[in-house]
Design a protein around this ligand. Structure first.
Ligand SMILES: *Cc1c(COP(=O)(O)O)cnc(C)c1O
Length: 341
């Protein structure tokens, strides 16, 4: 299929571009309907929808890649489908079946194939599945009806000039509570992160780092990405906490570090006043893949890891391997790549 000729593939950012089709399924009277593909990019919902008032909504984010051999890859969509089911259980929303989630991803990519950036441009087609509570409702209780939707938008390579490190500061706020919804991809967490992000950006940082909400001594999240560090002994370390969002990218990097590079990997406490145990640090997630952390500003001092301007060698090879797998340049571990046919 021909690609969209109005788009400048090499200079795409991360913003909404309306594509041709999106998928919608409605849950009513206890079950999901068959779902449809539609050209309409607006929803018409009750003004009394729980998603609007009580934050009964969750979402996901994953990408489709034009592979080196011309085929289309999805990266571990089953993980996103299961994570969304976990979010749904936490917010008393009906689970959307894993098989149907994956099928919706494939349908949306196929129907919008002309928006899939060509191989070699670094661009991808970002997929945004979401679920919202809708229907007439006033009191604080679960919605009578739900919508599962999935749309896509072409996005550019996060870093146009390779892996550029960024500096971060420590947030003065929490994004989640210890026994709250930090480990689910639900809207409320992100509403709570907008102000801390703005304050960090206004102070010249890429984003803020959240410490554990109970003691404020341990690193939890880097904005909307997971934290990892590489120790002097070449160990891959990432924080363990019930209020961290389990990143598919992070668990994939851990497996690559362990299986391909023979590194020791561990999930454990990462104390902010002991960050000098790391020679390299990074933030990871679907959107940015890996953002190398140049430095962290804490108590008025900037702690620099590998370099403020250059990516370290371990993060470089982890990044190259992950992206190589996603774009079909490197043999993937069993079950990581789903083909869109
Ligand atoms: C989505 C998200 C991540 C990254 O998860 P991926 O599955 O790697 O995209 C990390 N932290 C937060 C808070 C997130 O919302």
């Amino acid at each position: 299929m021909e690609t969209s000729d109005q788009l400048d593939w090499k200079h795409l950012g991360f913003s909404y571009i309306k594509t041709d089709y999106r998928y919608i399924s409605v849950w009513k009277n206890g079950s999901w309907d068959d779902g449809v593909m539609t050209e309409d990019n607006y929803l018409r919902i009750s003004e009394a929808s729980t998603a609007l008032h009580y934050g009964q909504e969750c979402f996901e984010g994953l990408k489709a890649y034009r592979a080196k051999d011309g085929s289309i890859n999805l990266f571990r969509p089953d993980r996103n489908a299961k994570r969304m089911q976990d979010s749904c259980r936490k917010l008393l929303m009906p689970e959307f079946p894993v098989e149907r989630f994956i099928d919706a991803c494939k349908k949306v990519v196929k129907a919008n194939e002309r928006f899939l950036p060509p191989y070699g441009t670094g661009g991808t087609l970002y997929l945004r599945p979401y679920m919202i509570g809708v229907g007439h409702n006033l009191g604080v209780k679960p919605a009578p009806e739900f919508i599962f939707g999935l749309f896509c938008s072409p996005v550019g390579a996060y870093f146009k000039d390779g892996l550029a490190p960024c500096n971060f500061c420590i947030a003065d706020y929490d994004r989640a509570a210890p026994l709250g919804t930090g480990s689910q991809k639900v809207g409320g967490n992100y509403a709570a992160s907008l102000l801390p992000h703005k304050l960090a950006a206004d102070a010249g940082f890429a984003d803020c780092i959240y410490l554990d909400p109970a003691t404020h001594t341990k690193i939890e999240e880097v904005g909307a990405a997971n934290f990892f560090g590489i120790t002097k002994d070449n160990e891959f370390v990432t924080p363990k906490s019930p209020s961290i969002l389990p990143s598919v990218t992070k668990y994939s990097l851990m497996e690559i570090a362990e299986k391909r590079f023979g590194m020791k990997v561990s999930e454990r406490d990462v104390y902010i006043d002991r960050i000098d145990e790391f020679t390299e640090a990074g933030a990871c997630g679907t959107a940015a893949v890996i953002t190398p952390i140049g430095g962290i500003s804490y108590k008025g001092k900037l702690h620099v890891f590998y370099s403020e301007t250059e990516v370290g060698p371990v993060i470089r090879k982890l990044y190259d391997t992950l992206v190589g797998i996603q774009f079909g340049e490197i043999e993937p571990p069993q079950g990581w790549i789903f083909k869109v046919e």
